[in-house]
Design a protein around this ligand. Structure first.
Ligand code: UDP
Ligand code: MG
Length: 316
C-alpha cells in the first residue's frame, strides 16, 4: 500500500537534508511491512537552493517526486498541489522544518490501519518557544472563530496529518482559491484522532510567518468560513435605529409635553455621535468589501497554483 508524504517547502535549503534523512529512516523502519512510500516535495517558489537539493534527491531516489511553483503561492496552495499529485492510499502532509516529527508517521499509519479513524492529526499542547503575544492572539483567534463557525477548529491543530484517500478526495473537491486549510480540514468531517505533542522548534532556518501575515490569515479564515461578520452591520443598524427612535420620543415628550426647550448645546456629543456612526458605517462597508472582494477573486476562477516544473509530468 502506497503512502504519500507531502512536504511544502519555501526556502528550506538548510533543513531539507535533515528532513530527507528522517524520511528515509521512516521508510527503512517500515520496509518489512506492506507499506511503500512516495515523497512529494512542493517548492513554493523557493529562491534559494531548495529546488536544486530536491532534484538531487530525485536523481538518486525513485520515490522522490516534486513540483515546483512558478512563484510563491503560499503553503495552502502547496498542500493542494501535493494532494493532487499524491497517488497513495494514505496521504500525509508535513512541514519541511522538522516541527512535524517524521518519527510519528509509523504510529499514525498504524492508527489508520486499525480502522478506528480516517484522519490522524497532530496538535501542539504547548506553544513554547513562541513569542507570548503571538500565542495570546492565536488563542483569541481560535475562541473567536469557533464562536462564529459551525465546525470546530482545534486550537494548536497543525497541518501535520495522515489521511485516507477518501478524505483527500473530499479536500480536493473543495477547489476554492482562497484556501484556509484549518477550516477545510474541519469542514470535510470524518473521524479524527488527535495525537498531541510538545512544540518542537524549527531545526534550522527562519519561520516564514510574520505577525502581519498571521493576522491576514486569521481574517481570511473567518471570512472563508462564516458570513457572521456581515450580520454585525445589521445588528448595529437595528441598535442605532432603535436608539435614535427612543431619543426622538424622549425629546418629543420633553419639548411638547413638558415644554422644556433646549438652547443650542451639545456640540461635543453631536460630534462624537457623528464620528462614531460614520466609523461604524465605514466598518460595515469594509466588511462587505472583504466578502465582495473574495467573491470577485473566486469568480475569476484562476488556478490555485502554477507549476513550472514537475518530476513526472508526462507519466501523469
Ligand atoms: N511554506 C510554504 N509556503 C509559504 C510559507 C511556508 O510552502 O509561503 C512551508 C514552509 O517551507 C514549511 C511550512 O510551510 O515547510 C511551514 O512554514 P513555517 O515553518 O515557516 O511556519 P510555522 O511552522 O512557523 O508555522
Ligand atoms: Mg515551522
Amino acid at each position: 500500500m502506497l503512502v504519500s508524504l507531502i512536504i511544502p517547502c519555501y526556502n528550506e535549503e538548510e533543513v531539507l537534508p535533515i528532513l530527507y534523512d528522517a524520511l528515509k529512516g521512516v521508510r527503512e523502519s517500515m520496509k518489512d511491512t506492506d507499506k511503500t512510500f512516495e515523497f512529494i516535495f512542493v517548492s513554493d517558489g523557493s529562491r534559494d537552493k531548495t529546488e536544486e537539493i530536491i532534484k538531487g534527491f530525485a536523481e538518486e531516489d525513485p520515490d522522490v517526486r516534486f513540483i515546483f511553483f512558478s512563484r510563491n503561492f503560499g503553503k495552502e496552495a502547496a498542500m493542494y498541489a501535493g494532494m493532487q499529485k499524491a497517488k497513495g492510499e494514505y496521504v500525509a502532509i508535513l512541514d519541511a522544518d522538522m516541527q512535524d516529527p517524521p518519527a510519528l508517521i509509523p504510529s499514525m499509519i498504524a492508527d489508520l490501519d486499525s480502522g478506528e479513524c480516517d484522519i490522524v492529526a497532530a496538535r501542539r499542547v504547548t506553544r513554547e518557544g513562541e513569542p507570548p503575544i503571538r500565542s495570546f492572539f492565536a488563542r483569541c483567534f481560535y475562541k473567536l472563530i469557533n464562536k462564529m463557525i459551525d465546525v470546530e477548529i482545534a486550537d494548536g491543530a497543525r497541518d501535520f496529518r495522515l489521511m485516507r484517500r477518501q478524505v483527500v478526495d473530499a479536500i480536493l473537491s473543495l477547489s476554492e482559491r482562497q484556501r484556509f486549510s484549518k477550516g477545510i480540514f474541519a469542514w470535510v468531517g470524518f473521524r479524527t484522532k488527535w495525537i498531541e505533542h510538545e512544540n518542537v522548534e524549527r531545526a534550522a532556518g527562519e519561520t516564514k510567518w510574520s505577525f502581519w501575515k498571521l493576522f491576514r490569515y486569521a481574517i481570511d479564515g473567518i471570512v472563508a468560513f462564516t458570513t457572521a461578520p456581515l450580520r454585525l452591520a445589521t445588528y448595529a443598524g437595528f441598535f442605532f435605529a432603535f436608539a435614535a427612535l427612543a431619543y426622538m420620543v424622549f425629546y418629543f415628550i420633553k419639548a411638547i409635553i413638558l415644554k422644556i426647550w433646549d438652547e443650542v448645546a451639545g456640540y461635543p456629543s453631536l460630534l462624537c455621535f457623528i464620528l462614531f456612526i460614520g466609523g461604524l458605517v465605514l466598518m460595515a462597508l469594509g466588511i462587505i468589501g472583504e466578502y465582495l472582494g473574495r467573491t470577485y477573486i473566486e469568480t475569476k476562477g484562476r488556478p490555485i497554483y502554477i507549476s513550472k516544473e514537475e518530476s513526472d509530468k508526462d507519466k501523469d
